[in-house]
Design a protein around this ligand. Sequence first.
Ligand code: AMP
Length: 452
Amino acid sequence: MSSVSFASLGLNSQLQQTLQALGYSKPTSIQAQAIEPALAGDDLIAEAQTGTGKTAAFALPLLHRFNAVPTAEKVRPVRALVLAPTRELAIQIKESFFEYGAAQGVRTVAVFGGVRMDTQMHQMRRGTDVLVATPGRLLDLIAQGEISLQQVETLVLDEADRMLDLGFINDIKQLVKKIPARRQTWLFSATFGPAVEKLARELTTEARWFKAHKRNSAAQSVQQITYAVDNRDKAQALRYMISNGGWKQVMVFARTKKRADMVTEHLQDAGISAAAIHGDKKQRERMQALEQFKSGGIRILVATDVAARGLDIEALPRVVNYDVPQQAEAYVHRIGRTGRAGSSGQAITFVSPDERSFLAEIETLIKRVLKLKPLPALKDDQGQSVLFEDAMPGKRARAAKQSRGVQKTPPGTKPKQKKAVAQDNSEPEPPRKPGIRPSLLSTRSPKKGRKG
Ligand code: AMP
């Protein structure tokens, strides 16, 4: 595989030059496997880890083909339809087509919900070679007579397992009926389960099935850490880690829209720049938050699973699962926002006692044990835990203070220094505050064993 180059895969010289200019020295594993059969006309089912170049694996052969055989019609018919589960991902895929295809003379348009339809209608009047779409908006535009799929040669489902699950399958079935049966179908995803295998087979014809990596695995470059954290302590723990760990940019995943807003407000109140992205936000706000985060304008992006799949945020060092995802596949996708394109990343998951059964499901999916560690707590000079004091409401704080009262150092006495605990380099950077030193010892130890 090491001798494979973009030239040996048969891509045109202009594409090769663009890729070189982008710093792509050689094809990734999934590109090396998928591009040739894609150009040869095969159906594909491709499994590859997050951040390993799946977009280029389907965009490059399409750009090459449409460059070689440009459409003769004045209004370009849709020749390739790329379906994606979220608006942000649809936009990102369109941008990748622009990036790779700048010199190819191929037109790409994206249509997705949450924004005015008339602008998209206007764009479609000139036609497009490649249409990237979320299914709901596409069906609406077809119903309005604005788009025809009768000349589609290639159907691509990005995040294919998501597109074939209950939330989307009816839309996909409707759309497939509008596309010629004689077509190429390519399915790409980082996760794949037995439930969608049958559907994937039905949708494709004698598909070549590629597994660039072990199924449902996260990239090796993502270091996975799981901490036992009581629910009531999560906000405080996150804030503390961000402020004192020197964390520059973090994507934080919460279970619900309400919790995402709550976490965002908590961080903003602490003077940490943060924005939320979830289904209740206006599309304009969602795009603004993502752009600000990508450009480094804000430090923290708090999201629900609407942003778990596909988004490529360059050099994002860290993801925090504030809540354990209840769908195991979402874990693989969430942590895949970091450690992309071979760079290293860290994924930290807070696990409250009632979330341990979800953690067990994740371990089953990824075939890996995620050892639950006690949260790194902070101790002040007197060896007292300070991490959660101000998060404790009335009674708890008083009780905690009382229980510490017996150990109080008399005024004027130099506090006894405790032996430093060996620092594990795999932990987030230890917080640095005068008079406070880090410890890996938690005041609370997690319950042994696992529920469920
Ligand atoms: P994707 O999985 O398509 O989202 O791509 C993940 C990241 O890998 C993106 O930032 C791409 O720009 C980058 N990438 C894709 N293909 C290559 C390649 N052959 N060499 C280097 N980087 C790549």
